[in-house]
Design a protein around this ligand. Sequence first.
Ligand SMILES: Cc1cc2nc3c(=O)[nH]c(=O)nc-3n(C[C@H](O)[C@H](O)[C@H](O)COP(=O)(O)OP(=O)(O)OC[C@H]3O[C@@H](n4cnc5c(N)ncnc54)[C@H](O)[C@@H]3O)c2cc1C
Length: 324
Amino acid sequence: MSILVITEQTGGRLHPMSLETLAAGQQLGRQLGLPVRTCVFGKSVAPLAGELAAYRLDGVVALEHDLLESYTADAATAALEWLVRESNASYVLLPHTYQVRDFAPRLATRFGRVLLSDVIGWSKDGEGIVFGRQLFQGKLNAAYRAEGGPVFVSLQAGAFRADTLEPGGAPVETLAPPMEGVSIRQQPEPPFRESARAVDLSAADLIVAVGRGIKEEGNIPLAQELADVLGAELAASRPICDNGWLPMERQVGSSGQTVSPKVYLAVGISGAIQHQVVMKGSKCVVAINKDANAPIFEIADYGIVGDLFEVLPALTDAVKKAKG
Ligand SMILES: Cc1cc2nc3c(=O)[nH]c(=O)nc-3n(C[C@H](O)[C@H](O)[C@H](O)COP(=O)(O)OP(=O)(O)OC[C@H]3O[C@@H](n4cnc5c(N)ncnc54)[C@H](O)[C@@H]3O)c2cc1C
C-alpha cells in the first residue's frame, strides 16, 4: 500500500499544480500512514526528479523513454499503467490539468476504475477516506467514497497549497517503462507559446475585475470606464479571456495572474476556487453579483447584490462626481 503522485512537466519545467498535488500527497500520506512516492515522466527528466527529491517523500521516480519526449495520451497511459502496477499504489494523485484530463480517465479504466476528478479535499471516517468535489459552480458539495483500489484522484487547482510542502529528502531512481508494442495514435503539435506579459496586475493597487455576468464583449467598456475613473487596472475571470474579450495577460486566477491589491472589485464573477485562490489576499474585496448565494460573497468585505448593468454606471457616476 502506498501513494503515488504523478507530476506534470513541459519543456523541463514542472507544472505549478504538480507541487500542489505533492502537498496533497504528503497530507494523505500522513493521515493514512502510507509511504508517498512521486514520479515525473518524459525524456531526460532526471534534473526535475532531483528538484522533487528536495521534499519529504519516500521516493522519486524519473520515468524516462524516447516515446515520452513529446506528450501523447497513448505513451503516457502505457508508461504510467506500468508504473502504477510496479509500485502497487493504492492511491494515485494527479493535478487536474488539461493533460491529466486527456489521459487519466483512460489510465484509470485500465485498472477497471474511474477517475475521481477535480477533487478539492477529503475527510477520514471510520470506513476510510471520503473525497469531496464541487458541483454546479461550487453551489453543491458531493462526497465520494472509493472502494477497492487503486483509487485515481485528480486535484483541483488551488485546492492545496504548494507552500505547505514539507522539505526533506528522497531517493531518486530512473526507470524505463517497457513500451514495446505500444502504438502511438496521436501526432503531437509544437507547444503553444504564450505572448510576453505587458500588464503586471500583481503590482496594481486597485483592480476592477469583470466576469461572465458582463454577458458580451460589447459591455466590457462599462467596466473599463469605472476602472478608468478609479485609476484601476481592468482584469477578468478566465471565461472572459478565453472568449478573447480581454487579453490573456489580464486573467486573474490559478491559470492567470496572482493579485493582492488594496481593493479588488469583482463584477459579475461567481468566485470559483480557481479565481478566489489567487485574489483572496486582496486587502479589501468588493463584489457585485445579482446572486446573493454566489461564493464570491463568502470572501467579500463589501457586497452589492444587484444587477451590474445598473450598479456599474451608478458607481462610475458617483466616482466622477466625488472627483468633481
Ligand atoms: C484548471 C482550471 C483552471 C482555471 N483557471 C481559472 C483562472 O485562472 N481564472 C478564473 O477566473 N477561472 C479559472 N477557471 C475557471 C473557473 O472554474 C470558473 O469557471 C470561472 O472562474 C468562472 O468565471 P466567472 O465567475 O466569470 O463566470 P460564472 O461562474 O459563470 O459567474 C458569473 C457570475 O455573474 C453573475 N451575474 C450574471 N449576470 C449578472 C448581472 N446582470 N449582474 C450581476 N451579476 C451577474 C452570476 O450570478 C454569476 O455568479 C479554471 C478552471 C480550471 C478547471
